[in-house]
Design a protein around this ligand. Structure first.
Ligand code: NAX
Length: 332
């Protein structure tokens, strides 16, 4: 068995972390032969709650979990970590403007970028879950200049999983029979769920989503809207935001990054845009990627239809605006 790696989860006393910590500690993310030491960061008022989480982790008696470090100090939390799940962020409260939320959260991600820069391993893989996830990842990367920019990513895997589940339900196949659904752009209501290149295995045959669904109007309208609004639908029903599914998606994202994608398959991740598909450069934009040896690569050469091209432009524009707002706040 290899040496333990250190993995940090921020927002460790929150609801996503409550599901995520178990998924990580039992070996679903880094594999069944990789021991770990979990670093748990939250803010000082949450230390009591965090103590309870630490007790429960101990009581799970998980063989791969070699240690737990609960802390409110970013320097201790980020020390020597190989993977970082940045989940902790201020939630949107009633009456709060989007700008207020952006203001509180981009400052958190500046501080955490600086702490990663000073204390983490230089090859740390960082996944930002806390919203606005794409712009927070950009801010974090900017304040961690000694860590390669490609090591900062934002989560759109929950949107991808939601999209796969919708197509599986529509075509009557298990969710594992659906692959290569793409999420383009921002993890917001402007995101673009795109099934143009998706594959559905049905009755022993591999079909395109268009063939399997046999209703292009549904794929171009209702499907997109359902995925875009799924988070709001969960809140309306549960009175709380998605947590179990968000934790599962965070684990899926990091697992793909560490262990790679299967041949012929790709996953969606928010990564620093190189301008592929005429998207704006230097924003964290969700693209389809393949991953080998811990390195992601944007899937190139897909022929984007006119309907999707317009949607890509709109989500790109939103990311450019968010970037301007975020850096105006930080530099003010
Ligand atoms: P919770 O409010 O349950 O937990 C957040 C935790 O973060 C709290 O314990 C809080 O004390 C902590 N926190 C706040 N500031 C911190 C700081 N500076 N350092 C460390 N910890 C800090 O929220 P939860 O439901 O767990 O959601 C966390 C974040 O995920 C939110 O920003 C949410 O919007 C975002 N989401 C992102 C998703 C995505 O697909 N990218 C989907 C799910 C989720 O909505």
């Amino acid at each position: 068995m290899s040496e333990p790696i250190r993995v940090v989860v921020t927002g460790a006393a929150g609801q996503i972390a409550y599901s995520l910590l178990y998924i990580i500690a039992k070996g679903d993310v880094f594999g069944p032969n990789q021991p770990l030491i979990l670093h748990l960061l939250d803010i000082p008022p949450m230390m009591g709650v965090l103590e309870g989480v630490v007790m429960e982790l101990a009581d799970c008696a998980l063989p791969l979990l070699h240690g737990v470090v609960p802390t409110a100090d970013p320097a201790e939390a980020f020390k020597d970590v190989s993977a970082a799940f940045l989940v902790g962020a201020m939630p949107r409260k009633q009456g709060m403007e989007r700008k207020d939320l952006l203001s509180a959260n981009v400052k958190i991600f500046k501080v955490q970028g600086e702490a990663l820069d000073q204390h983490a391993k230089k090859d740390v893989k960082v996944l930002v879950v806390g919203n606005p996830a794409n712009t927070n990842a950009l801010v974090c990367a900017k304040y961690a200049p000694s860590i390669p920019k490609e090591n900062f990513t934002a989560m759109t895997r929950l949107d991808q999983n939601r999209a796969q589940a919708q197509i599986a339900a529509k075509t009557g196949v298990p969710v594992a029979n659906v692959s290569n659904v793409i999420i383009w752009g921002n993890h917001s209501s402007t995101q673009v769920p795109d099934a143009s290149f998706a594959k559905v295995v049905k009755g022993g045959k591999t079909l395109s989503a268009s063939e399997a669904v046999n209703n292009d109007a549904w794929l171009q309208n209702e499907f997109i809207e359902t995925v875009q609004k799924r988070g709001a639908a969960v809140i309306a029903a549960r009175k709380m935001s998605s947590a179990m599914s968000a934790a599962k998606a965070a684990g899926d994202h990091m697992r793909s990054w560490f262990l790679g994608t299967e041949p012929g398959k790709y996953v969606s991740m928010g990564v620093l845009s190189d301008g592929s598909y005429d998207t704006p450069k230097d924003v964290v934009f969700s693209f389809p990627v393949t991953i080998e040896n811990g390195k992601w690569q944007i899937v190139k050469g897909l022929q984007i239809g006119d309907h999707y091209r317009q949607l890509l432009e709109a989500t790109g524009k939103e990311l450019v605006e968010e970037r301007a707002e975020a850096f105006a706040i930080i530099e003010a």
